[in-house]
Design a protein around this ligand. Sequence first.
Ligand code: SF4
Length: 194
Amino acid sequence: MEAVADLADKYSFGEVRTTHEQNIVLADVRQEQLFELWQQVSALGFATANIGFLTNIICCPGGDFCSLANAKSIPIAEQIQRRFDDLEEVYNIGELDINISGCMNACGHHHVGHIGILGVDKKGSEFYQVSLGGSSGHDASLGSILGPSFEAEEMANVVEEILNTYLDNRQENERFLETYRRIGIAKFKERVYA
Ligand code: SF4
C-alpha cells in the first residue's frame, strides 16, 4: 500500500480509487506515462491482466478479520487463485465472476456471483455452500444452491469440476453464465458430487 501511495503521488495527483470488484484505480494518469507506470506495477506484482476473469475474485474479509464470520473467505480465494495460476487457462475459461462471503450477511455478494461461495457453520466447523448462475449485470439473477456444503480444502477441486462441466458443454463463444442457463444446474451437480 505504501508503494501504491507512492505511485499515486507520482502519476495520479495522489488519488487512488477502490472499485466494486476490489481493484485499485489510479485515475488521471498521463498517457505518455502509462507504459512507465505499467512497468512499475508489474515489478510490484500488481499488473496481472485478469479483470473480469476467474482469478479476479470478490471476497469479503471473512473469519480472518470479521467477528461476524462463520468461516474464512480469503484463504478460499487464495486456494482458487493458486489452482488457476495459468493465465492462458484463465482466458480460455473466459468471463467469470466468483464472489465469496464468510456469512449470510453477504458482503461478498455471493448471490450474484456466476459462482457464489458462502461460508457456513456446521457444529462449530467451517463449511462452504456453493451457488451457480448469479449475475449482477443487466441480465441480473440470483444464484441457485448446488447442494450440500463442502469442506475448505475441497473448494479448488469443486470450482475446477464446475468449470470442467462448463468447458465440456459450452458452445462456441458461450460464456459460463450462458452455458449454465442453457444446460441447467443438474449436470454441474452430478459431476461435482461424483
Ligand atoms: S459477509 Fe459476513 S464475514 Fe464477510 S464481511 Fe460481511 S459480515 Fe463479515
